[in-house]
Design a protein. Structure first.
Ligand code: HAM
Length: 403
């Protein structure tokens, strides 16, 4: 038997139903907010992720499924969706159109991480990217939209937010932070020491307990924001409060991808173990420009589908559609035209083997059909079908044309 690769899994019956329910619910909400579907390739030039997610990030530095294809191109299985969507946006010259554009997508992402509960090497995201709107109102709207998706799926969450500032306030803060980190360098872990050089903001995110306690006194960006970022962040928190969406400000929330500025957020669940982030996102106003497009503000998020699968409350299975069966061999083929006609309006399960009454009733129950429809010798002769409504228990015999 050949097993799936480590960190990858099949989605079989129960899980695949959950998957479809999550995606369908999320699409329903995204459409209400004006988002359109976008599909981008799974395989991209490695340079795309180096330039967007960032060379110093763990995703690019350690986790990429990167290889040379048969044409000698350096390619990579996408570790996330935003970079590809931005590349597609620029490629289609949508950055030159005056209208705001909003896209949703879902599909597999690949990160060569150490697999554990909630952490896969192939996982699926549902994501949204909104282009052309620089107002913090859009950040609020996106957070509202994620809350609506989780509420429709019956999932509780904690929301953590932060501001990562902009090109005015981030550089002087970074300088200050590096100064602080250099002073405590010898006490920080190896990873942090490497990051002081490559990406000092990520040091704040270190999970090492000693580092965390040393970092308690680190300068905080949230108290050093420029006027615009500060005012936007205050607006966002005020809007969340008015809307009754609870949040915590986490000044160490820096996200693992380098393209963010201003608003950054994560939705977390306490019910799924240590890999608790169920969605993450934020603003990335410089990325379109960085990938050779015209300056275009943007904000987006992605939900980790596998992480919320076991949290989802599935709707109760409703009896639905028709079970069609024959009680004599001769009647089997008379079922086909009925099935073809009825499949235009509802789900039809057609049993090819002729069977006794009890067997058919069991079959109809197994597939949760609303109606059990049978043809026996008499029905075949009279051009009728026998119909039982499995909810009301009513039975009747009707002409095929009238069914
Ligand atoms: P991210 O935080 O890296 O953001 O991933 C989003 C979500 O994907 C996480 O919150 C988590 O639920 C899920 N996820 C990440 N890695 C794994 C894994 N190894 N196994 C299972 N689930 C995982 C992004 O990817 C950004 N592109 C989000 C974004 C869109 N920002 C702006 N627009």
């Amino acid at each position: 038997m050949i097993n799936p690769l480590r960190g990858m899994k099949d989605l079989t019956f129960d899980e695949s139903q959950r998957f479809v329910h999550i995606v369908t619910t999320a699409i329903g909400v995204a459409k209400k907010y004006g988002y359109h579907y976008i599909e981008t390739p799974i395989l991209e030039e490695t340079a795309l992720f180096k330039r967007s997610v960032g060379e110093s990030s763990d995703i690019v530095g350690k986790e990429m499924y990167q290889f040379e294809d048969k044409g000698g191109n350096d390619v990579c299985m996408r570790p996330e969706g935003t970079a590809g969507v931005v590349r597609a946006f620029v490629h289609a010259k949508l950055d030159r159109q005056p209208v705001k554009q909003k896209f949703y997508y879902y599909g597999p992402m690949f990160r060569y991480e150490r697999p554990q509960k909630g952490r896969l090497r192939e996982f699926h995201q549902f994501g949204c990217e909104s282009f052309g709107e620089g107002s913090v109102y859009e950040d609020f709207t996106i957070i509202t939209m994620i809350s609506q998706i989780f509420s429709e799926l019956g999932i509780g969450f904690d929301l953590q937010i932060n501001s990562l500032g902009c090109t005015t306030c981030m550089p002087p803060y970074k300088k200050n932070l590096v100064k602080f980190l250099t002073e405590i360098k010898d006490e920080l872990c190896e990873d942090c020491n490497r990051r002081i050089e490559t990406n000092p903001i990520r040091v704040l995110d270190c999970k090492n307990k000693t580092c965390q306690s040393l970092l308690a006194n680190a300068p905080k960006l949230i108290t050093n924001l420029c006027q615009e970022c500060d005012s936007d962040f205050n607006k966002l928190t005020a809007l969340l409060e008015k809307a009754g969406i609870e949040y915590q400000v986490d000044t160490n929330l820096v996200r693992g991808l380098d393209y963010y500025n201003k608003t950054a957020f994560e939705f977390v669940s306490n019910d799924i173990g240590s890999q608790s982030a169920i969605a993450g996102g934020g603003r990335y106003d410089k990325l379109v420009e960085f990938l050779d497009g015209k300056p275009t503000p943007a904000v987006g998020f992605a939900i980790g589908i596998e992480r919320i699968m076991e949290l989802v409350q599935m709707p109760e299975l409703q009896k639905e559609g028709i079970y069609l069966g024959a009680m004599t061999e001769d009647a089997v083929e008379a079922l086909f035209p009925i099935a073809t006609a009825k499949r235009k309006e509802t789900k039809v399960t057609l049993e090819y083997a002729s069977k006794g009454f009890k067997s058919h009733m069991k079959g109809a129950d197994k597939v949760s059909a609303r109606y059990c429809v049978l043809i026996g010798e008499d029905e075949l002769k009279n051009g009728t079908v026998w119909v039982k409504d499995l909810e009301s228990k009513e039975e009747r015999t009707v002409l095929v044309e009238e069914f």
